[in-house]
Design a protein around this ligand. Structure first.
Ligand code: NDP
Ligand code: GDP
Length: 326
């Protein structure tokens, strides 16, 4: 029997990689498509999966549309990747973030409880829930201390997933994923902002790169590796929560160094600090311990930060060249 999966946030970075991954596993893939004024399917086109999946109109803030999507898709597995996912924006739009990122997850859980309780559920939790870290290396047992409306909203969704598992027996898993990037990462996130700028500087169409706190440290992995961990969680006998990370942390500064060096430039000559990119409350450092995912799921990160940044830069160099040509 062909398995069916419903993905919210299908037009996002992870939605595109997960669609490709599940199609390769033989799944029938459905995606919840939020209405926007312009097309949002460019990532699905980039990975050549747009015409292989079924899109269902709907929004995380509208439980009726989620129930409808569950009924249409008959999903065996539901991956909740939809969110207002950019930390900086969550201070500008805290209520929207709480609605989509926090309550959105509860809408799915409640819809599952009512119409499809047998389906397995994946919640896209985040290392941002650790925020002001309470242990040097964060694992599934580390206390949370979110530092943004985004982190707080995700923590609500995380605990709701656990609560619906304990209250109603929903097979709900929460993947506490550390930062993961790719050539499909949104341009506002720091890795992609850097690789796009380095490509532009190298090709002579940009002079400087303005950044905020370049001493912040992140545990960065590749999205293509991380979507496999999501799927593995839903294939286990029992639902559980897992940290997914590389176990290595790097400053934004050193990540810049890797990117500029790849095209033969020195980041010191181009990076300028603009306090407008500072955050009202910062997450200074994140470092994940993926031991449980390794032991129980047999999962580990395959792509190094250097390989990731080079992959992103190769893609951005092509994009910028095409832009200049047209
Ligand atoms: P993206 O920002 O690339 O994608 C977010 C997706 O959510 C988009 O498809 C977006 O649709 C959709 N969306 C936003 N609001 C709504 C809504 N109200 N109803 C329906 N869909 C909506 O995120 P990523 O792919 O990077 O991340 C996937 C998930 O994992 C997110 O929940 C994110 O918070 C979480 N996460 C990500 C990490 C990372 O480092 N990438 C780390 C840990 C967790 P549209 O295209 O129309 O805007
Ligand atoms: P986040 O970890 O989900 O917030 O992912 P981001 O890629 O947005 O940010 C990672 C880190 O880079 C944070 O500590 C930011 O403060 C820091 N940073 C420094 N300069 C910038 C910048 O110009 N843009 C972004 N997005 N982050 C920056």
């Amino acid at each position: 029997m062909t398995k069916k999966a419903l993905i919210t946030g299908v037009t996002g970075q992870d939605g595109a990689y997960l669609s490709k991954f599940l199609l390769e596993k033989g799944y029938e893939v459905y995606g919840l498509l939020a209405r926007r004024s312009s097309p949002t399917t460019w990532r699905l086109e980039y990975l050549d999966v747009l015409d292989k999946i079924t899109l269902i109109d709907g929004d995380l803030t509208d439980i009726a549309s989620i129930t409808r999507a569950l009924n249409i898709s008959d999903a065996d597995e539901v991956y909740n990747l939809g969110a207002q996912s950019f930390v900086a924006t969550s201070w500008a739009q805290p209520l929207l973030t709480a609605d989509a990122t926090g309550l959105g997850a509860l809408h799915i859980l409640e819809a599952l409880r009512q119409v499809r309780p047998q389906a397995r559920f994946y919640q896209a939790s985040t290392s941002e829930m650790f925020g002001k870290i309470q242990e040097p290396m964060q694992s599934e047992t580390t206390p949370f201390y979110p530092r943004s409306p985004y982190g707080v909203s995700k923590l609500f969704a995380h605990w709701m997933t656990i609560n619906y598992r304990e209250s109603f027996g929903i097979f709900g898993c929460s993947g506490i994923l550390f930062n993961h990037e790719s050539p499909l990462r949104g341009i506002e996130f720091v890795t992609r902002k850097v690789t796009d700028a380095v490509a532009r500087i190298k090709l002579g169409v940009q002079d400087k790169l303005s950044l905020g706190n370049i001493d912040a440290k992140r545990d960065w992995g590749f999205s293509g590796d991380y979507v496999k961990a999501m799927w593995l969680m839903l294939q286990q006998d029992e639902p559980d929560d897992f940290v997914v990370a590389t176990g290595r942390t790097t400053t934004v500064r050193d990540m810049c160094k890797i990117a500029f060096e790849y095209v033969g430039l020195d980041y010191n000559d181009y990076v300028v600090i603009d306090p407008k990119f500072y955050r009202p409350a910062e997450v200074e450092i994140l470092l994940g311990n993926p031991a449980k995912a390794h032991a129980k799921l047999g999962w580990e990160a395959k792509t190094t930060l250097e390989e990731l940044i080079h992959m992103m830069l190769d893609a951005d160099l092509i994009r910028v060249k095409n832009e200049i040509r047209s």
